[in-house]
Write a protein that binds this ligand. Structure first.
Ligand code: GMT
Length: 380
């Protein structure tokens, strides 16, 4: 198949997933065309079946807000026509599903029907999409897509609760590439971070409010009072300043290291003992899955689709969002008990295997085929 992928090229989960999906499809022989405003972060090396089309925007002085949507729609029309795409897969409803609809309508005037699959990732529904400023357009665009997928059962249900959805939403979970995400020996690295064998806790995110980054620090504070430990804070975003300030206030600046955005996240996960994800809600929690693939158990909230990924008492523990004390108690219980930690590590890996790229990728391929078949009669 010749597949177009539209996504945000940033460090966010939707962009990461879209890029990994495209690369996986290309490895299987499909021709994949990324259409984004910047090269996606995980699209670094050359790959023979992968093509990248940058959306060019004109920054004319009249534009207080550069018309990205218009530039993207034009680029989609161009790529679909001249690269002869079979299907267009857009990640994140806003504005991608809407722009895809516009491109589809333009292509129809040229006698070309392009089937569009929209993948809902979470905040495009739960936070942004819900907003009255966007809601009617989001609902319309989802209903006009030829196929819609959600990354968890919870997100599917939430979408159906919030919007009037006229089509079936297929659940296709986030996935993990075990060639990359696996526990490797990074002892030399561990010695630098935790020279006296301290336990290493880790949090990775885009440091947005929904992640409750400060909860991660407060959980760590309680853990540190009982267990020699270190906390790695990976990523960056609007809440980082507050988080650093909190570390100063509680006097744990030396024990908590802010590493900023990191590419080789698996090398850091390889030395960690526990992953903290206290988010208000996660449609899935890709970062937790990455940790579990590296045999790191997870203490998380139970918001959104997290219970579909992290199994309470098996791969980690779950508490209500904001229940810092309970999450800290779970973390302490796990980190104090070597045998339990080893069991949870093994369980985390087992559970992660359910989401192996090799298992999930065919779900997307089959879904594309299905959507293309359904669209055949629409070709004018
Ligand atoms: O977590 C974020 O804020 C980034 C966001 C995104 O859209 O880039 O991630 C969402 O999509 C990921 C991939 O499908 C999911 O694993 C994350 O759980 C989801 N984030 C939220 O729902 C908050």
């Amino acid at each position: 198949m010749r597949i177009g992928i539209v996504c945000y090229p940033t460090y966010g989960g939707s962009g990461v997933l879209a890029t990994e999906l495209g690369l996986g499809l290309a490895r299987k022989g499909h021709e994949v065309h990324f259409i984004t405003y910047r090269r996606p972060v995980r699209l670094s090396a050359f790959s023979p079946n992968v093509f990248y089309h940058e959306v060019d925007g004109e920054d004319y002085p009249l534009f207080e807000y550069p018309p990205y949507d218009t530039a993207l729609a034009s680029k989609i029309v161009d790529v679909v026509q001249y690269q002869n795409l079979d299907i267009l897969h857009v990640h994140y409803a806003i504005p991608h599903a809407t722009v895809a609809y516009m491109a589809k309508k333009i292509l129809l005037t040229k006698g070309r029907y392009i089937p569009v699959v929209t993948t809902l990732h979470g905040t495009d529904i739960t936070l942004v999409g819900n907003n009255r400023a966007f809601a009617p357009v989001v609902e319309f665009s989802i209903n006009k897509s030829d196929g819609v997928t959600a990354v968890s059962q919870s997100l599917k249900e939430e979408t159906e609760r919030v919007f009037h959805i006229e089509r079936d939403i297929r659940v296709i979970y986030n996935f993990i590439d075990f060639h990359r995400f696996k526990k490797t020996n990074k002892e030399h690295f561990k010695k630098i971070i935790a020279p006296d064998g301290e336990r290493i806790l880790v949090h990775t995110s885009n440091f947005r409010k929904v992640k409750r980054v400060e909860d991660a620090i407060l959980i760590f504070k309680q853990v540190h009072e009982q267990i020699p430990s270190r906390l790695l804070m990976i990523g960056d975003g609007p809440e980082r300043q507050n988080a650093e300030q909190l570390c100063r206030e509680i006097g744990l600046c030396d024990e908590i290291r802010f590493l900023g955005k990191q590419d080789a996240i698996e090398e850091l996960l390889a030395i960690c003992d526990l992953f903290l994800m206290p988010s208000e809600s996660e449609s899935f929690g890709l970062a937790a899955l990455e940790a579990m693939a590296c045999e790191v158990p997870v203490v998380s909230s139970n918001g959104g689709g997290l219970p579909e990924v992290n199994i309470h008492g098996v791969t980690g523990f779950l508490s209500d969002p904001g229940n810092v004390d309970e999450m800290a108690q779970y973390a302490i219980q796990l980190l104090k008990n070597d045998e339990m930690l080893q069991t949870f590590r093994a369980n985390a890996l087992q559970q992660a295997k359910r989401f192996d790229l090799d298992t999930i990728l065919p779900d997307y391929e089959n879904y594309y085929e299905e959507v293309i078949q359904r669209s055949v009669h629409k070709v004018v």
